[in-house]
Design a binder for this molecule. Structure first.
Ligand code: ARG
Ligand code: ZN
Length: 877
């Protein structure tokens, strides 16, 4: 029975804590089902004289409480399922609390739990209260000393935050004592105990301090941590060079675990990672995995300053650490892999996940105003839109002033729990300007629509741009205000050459204009010829742009915009129009693509991206009502047409790369250039495969052996997966055989098996629906392991739109069943899937009614978690 009461937490109700906890001593006696935790807290009143002490705790068996050494009677305190309250306490005192918990039974993967026989923790956001009673809120910062005791057998490593200050033995048991000298909130606490392999290295900081680096992994996996270690050292150097931020402890540890609810966690000095975002070698992970590992290692490491040294006052400020840290890790990845390609990937991700969220019933501001479960707010809006806001601020003030503002932010807020206002204050401090208008980006939900209408007067050589913005109403926010929108723009002539113009007396080919009001006019002088307008360069603001222009202009930008982002953007925009207009033909598009592929000034990674057509979800965002089958059919037909038009070219290019690959004796390297070459070759393969629609027997046979060869001659997971996906796209006779072959090769590699499951779940063939059901009965399927469950269920619902949205509604039923199943033991993970039903109102019938019915069935289920009921309720509202 759940006893949870659904009462929203509101930002306006924020109250500073009544007590400070200057010191926290924890002792863990680890036991699978009866772990004993004792906490000794040094408390000091900082609030009202009458205020009782309220500690938070969930699913804890209270063994005893004493105050200043005196054991309390049960009448001295009150225990509810969520709190421990002591009414009468002095202004300064010590409290000893002992509780018992059951890590083995904890399948929520929050608090202290067991994974592969090891103990580990996840406390953000509100998991610490499942370990012991505590003021579990981010604005209570304490100095932690932690004793971990466990049997020697099976638990050789005992880890927690900070520095190891003592260790010893005690019969069959042993212990370790850790002290973290930095004040931190409880959500950054971590503990790991068990059998591990460790990869060790060291890093010398800019100021000459030596830091020991240790990455702990499953036994036998040490070599696979080498790439993460390398990425870690590059991250540490980058943060010193770009932000002037150094690491602050003598030891930095990362542990990879199998069972984890999300990607990774930045616990002070002891990051914990989902093994899928840490372990890497060429035979088991793809280039995309390498890329993600590099960025997540950086992300968690960067949190040491943006998150840990400066933390959040309350969870409404979550994006203070997440938006900023995503922006920082994107900057790192751009420096490692190229700015244009990184920017395109980041914007693709923003549009794929954040734009739909902001346009649907789950839309919320980057700083929400209320929540039931904060875990539901680790969203694309808080992370990705949050990062975009920081990016706009940087674009607006310029890189040097941005750095000064960030220096100011870290210096003035170090050791504190800050707010978004504090962040903006630092920009005000270094510029003397009022940044209040920018706060609207944080408190107003919805993606602004920006329209730009150019008009050129040949006589005066003047270009006038009419700009306007509007943000549509979102749930609980009917009235919207203009936000400051930085618009970077340049001009080119129709043959693609950059065109200069005069603004504010200066002759330039690129300028930055900030649209602050609902409407404004921008005048550019000395424009020699009728120009092509390249607006919102490098995607200078997270808005939906409507630019009034001719298709010829889009083609000019596709072929030669000086801004590579807008080159890609022009291609995407053309492709969207052509796909959705039933009469569009691919001929002109194919020509422009041919020219792009032949352009030696462009790198392979960029070409690979521009080959990729807008996805079905991209198209679903601009078609109302959404008809998934139509989108799938139109996109496949357009892709086939493109493939046919370019077949000889792409085949020749593909073969050239293939020869080059077969001749190359160089060992695999995950570097950006090599990965870009593989990405391009695999994109060519994918485009070739698209011509199977309406293909004659000869073509079909050719495609079959191409796919098989690609698969069989692969020397790394990137190419192998590309081969497998090509085979899946053809969905011919050898599909099952290839899957079997893959399975036999990797049945002992859980992380690779996840790919095997996901590849099948994402196959856009109507048969996939039955296959996915069968996969949930597979002996290797386990819904309790989030990675495996997501590999099948999430991959299907989020990445296979044409089958998920099957008109029968069976896809919806399947997903609703899975949400309800997992909600029984892991609400946090179950709830993340609710969003796939979010936009139901935008869908054509019968989809809208069937999706709605699935949501209603979920919501009507007894004993639903707060997590799922909050999101299902909002989705239906
Ligand atoms: N702070 C972590 C990160 O972004 C993520 C924590 C997610 N927590 C949650 N309850 N969903 O690096
Ligand atoms: Zn983060």
């Amino acid at each position: 029975m759940r006893t949870e009461i659904a009462r929203p937490i509101r930002l306006t109700d924020y109250k500073a804590p009544d007590f400070r906890v200057s010191d926290t001593k924890l002792v863990f006696d680890l036991h699978p089902t009866e772990t004993k935790v004792t906490a000794t807290l040094t408390l000091e009143r900082i609030g009202a004289a009458e205020a009782p002490l309220v500690l938070l705790g969930e699913r804890l068996k209270l063994l005893g409480v004493s105050l200043d050494g005196r054991a309390l009677e049960t009448s001295d305190y009150e225990v509810t399922p969520e709190t421990l309250t002591i009414g009468d306490v002095p202004d300064r005192f010590t409290l000893d609390i002992a509780v018992q918990i059951n890590p083995q039974d904890n399948k929520t993967l929050e608090g202290l739990y067991m994974s592969s026989g090891r103990y580990c923790t996840q406390c953000e956001a509100e998991g610490f209260r499942k370990i012991v009673y505590f003021p579990d809120r981010p604005d209570v910062l304490s100095k932690f000393t932690v004793t971990v005791r466990a049997p020697k057998a099976g638990f050789p490593y005992l880890l927690s935050n900070g520095n190891l200050i003592d260790a010893g033995e005690d019969g069959d048991a042993h212990y370790a004592i850790w002290e973290d000298p930095f004040f931190k909130p409880s959500y950054l606490f971590a503990l790991v105990a068990g059998e591990l392999d460790v990869l060790e290295d060291a890093f010398t900081t800019a100021s000459g301090r030596k830091v020991d680096l240790k990455i702990y992994v499953d036994t036998g996996m040490r070599e696979r941590a080498a790439y993460a270690m390398d990425a870690l050292k590059r991250s540490m150097r980058w943060d010193e060079e770009v932000y002037g931020l150094e690491y602050d402890l003598d030891l930095f540890m990362i542990v990879a675990v199998r069972d984890f609810n999300f990607g990774a966690m930045e616990n002070k000095g002891l990051n914990i990672f989902n093994a899928s975002l840490l372990l890497a070698d060429p035979d088991t992970v793809t280039d995309l995995d390498y890329e993600r590992i590099e960025s997540v290692i950086a992300h968690e490491y960067f949190h040491n300053w943006s998150g840990n040294r400066v933390t959040c006052r309350d969870w409404f400020q979550l994006c203070l650490k997440e938006g900023l840290t995503v922006f920082r890790d994107q900057g790192f990845s751009a420096d490692m892999r190229g700015d244009a390609v990184q920017r395109i990937k980041d914007v693709k991700a923003l549009r794929a996940r954040q734009f739909p969220e902001d346009a649907g019933p789950l839309a919320h501001p980057v700083r929400p105003s209320s929540y039931l479960k904060i875990d539901n707010f680790y969203t694309a809006t808080i992370y990705e839109k949050g990062a975009e806001i920081v990016g706009m601020l940087k674009t607006y003030v310029g890189p040097e002033v941005y750095r000064k503002a960030l220096d100011h932010y870290f210096q003035t807020n170090d050791g504190t729990a800050a707010t978004l206002e504090d962040f903006l204050k630092s920009f005000e401090a270094v510029t003397g300007e009022d940044f209040a208008p920018w706060l609207k980006w944080y408190v107003q939900a919805g993606t602004p629509h920006l329209s730009i209408t150019p008009s050129y007067d040949a006589e005066t050589q003047r270009l006038t741009l009419a700009l306007a913005q509007v943000t549509h109403p979102t749930p609980a926010q009917a009235n919207k205000h203009p936000v400051p929108i930085p618009v970077r723009l340049g001009l080119l002539s129709e043959d693609g050459a950059p065109l200069t113009f005069t603004i504010d007396g200066e002759t330039v080919s690129d300028t930055l204009f900030v649209l602050r009001e609902a409407e404004a006019e921008l005048v550019l002088e000395d424009v020699a010829v009728a120009p092509v307008v390249s607006a919102l360069r490098r995607f200078s603001a997270p808005v939906k742009l409507t630019l009034t222009e001719l298709d010829a202009h889009k083609f000019a930008r596709f072929r030669g915009d000086a801004d590579p982002f807008n080159r890609w953007e022009a291609a995407q925009s053309l492709a969207k129009d052509l796909i959705l207009s039933a009469t569009g033909t691919a001929a002109a598009y194919a020509e422009a693509l041919r020219a792009t592929l032949a352009d030696d000034t462009l790198d392979d990674a960029f070409k690979a991206l521009i080959i990729g057509l807008p996805t079905e979800p991209d198209l679903a965002q601009i078609l109302t009502p959404v008809d998934p089958a139509y989108i799938h059919a139109r996109r496949s037909a357009f892709k086939a047409e493109l493939s046919n038009a370019l077949f000889d070219d792409i085949e020749a290019l593909y073969e050239r790369f293939e020869d080059e690959r077969l001749e190359a004796q160089a060992p695999f390297s995950p570097d950006a250039k090599s990965a870009g070459r593989r990405a391009l070759r695999n994109a060519l393969l994918d485009l070739m495969m698209a011509s199977h629609i309406d293909a004659d027997d000869a073509r079909r046979e050719k495609l079959n052996w191409r796919a098989q060869y690609h698969y069989q001659l692969s020397h790394n997971m990137t190419d192998l997966m590309a081969g497998l996906n090509a085979v899946a796209q053809l969905h011919g006779e050898d599909y099952d055989g290839t899957l079997e072959h893959f399975y036999d090769m990797f049945k002992t590699e859980p992380l690779v098996l996840d790919k095997w499951f996901a590849a099948q779940a994402m196959c856009a063939n109507p048969e996939t629906l039955n296959r996915v059901r069968r996969l949930t009965q597979h002996p290797d399927f386990d819904a309790r392991v989030p990675n495996r469950w997501r590999a099948v269920v999430q991959a299907f619902a989020a990445n296979n739109p044409s089958v998920f949205h099957d008109v029968s509604g069976q896809g919806y039923d399947f997903i609703a069943d899975q949400i309800l199943l997992v909600d029984k033991f892991n609400p946090m993970t179950a709830a993340r899937l609710v969003e796939v039903f979010g936009g139901f109102k935008r869908y054509a019938e019968p989809h809208a009614s069937l999706m709605k019915a699935a949501l209603e069935r979920i919501l009507a289920t007894p004993d639903l978690s707060k997590n799922v009921s909050e999101l299902a309720g909002k989705a239906l509202a």
